[in-house]
Design a protein around this ligand. Sequence first.
Ligand SMILES: Nc1ncnc2c1ncn2[C@@H]1O[C@H](COP(=O)(O)OP(=O)(O)OP(=O)(O)O)[C@@H](O)[C@H]1O
Length: 219
Amino acid sequence: MPVALDLRCVDKAYGDRIILQDFSVTVDKGEHLLLLGPSGSGKTTLLNLIIGLLKPNRGTIMIAGEDVADTSHGGHDAIRRRHVAVIFQTLRLISAISIRDNLRLTQRLALGQADDKAIDHMLDALGIGHRASAQPRSLSQGEAQRAAIARALITRPTLIVADEPTSALDDGNAMRVADLLLHHAAVQGSSLIIATHDRRLQDFIPRSITLAQTATPST
Ligand SMILES: Nc1ncnc2c1ncn2[C@@H]1O[C@H](COP(=O)(O)OP(=O)(O)OP(=O)(O)O)[C@@H](O)[C@H]1O
């Protein structure tokens, strides 16, 4: 089974505050993982290490077989653009352009070209095809959430990383979002890595890691 994500012996500290110590996990291609744990336990830190916003103090981070923590050679950004998509809690759609153009831009950055047919197909599949020409601010919260999911899926990434994608949603909408993510991830063989407090997601994704709150060193 090809490996989507492999973290080996990762340490991460902010100053003398250790957040992750000797942390290792492997996620096979198409397998999903929930990151659970109390507020402040390091879930977002771990996601930021995977997407490259943070560097580990030690350890390796392999994405689709490439070590993106090794700073001795370049090309990490290109590997991440090709293999990793992110769904932020705040969605972060570009407000000045339409939903279709948001997806076009994402495809061009990740794949070098846009595919309008694939974009329209994806928006239809997520039930927002009729909103393709709309600007993000005119969408309802549920539509914007679907647009952010469409943007994550449109590059057929190896990994889809999501921070609290369902926490603000009621049961019905949380289930719909989880269903959409799992269905489309399965269709294209993407792995989902989801940081959340939302234990409802355990009904959909049985594999989880619970991060522990680390002690603050005494001064
Ligand atoms: N840039 C930073 N500098 C210093 N400390 C930080 C920084 N980013 C996060 N922290 C601290 O590291 C700890 C882990 O934060 P992180 O955001 O990863 O936790 P989390 O599990 O995602 O929390 P939540 O569930 O509340 O989002 C927290 O105590 C946080 O205050």
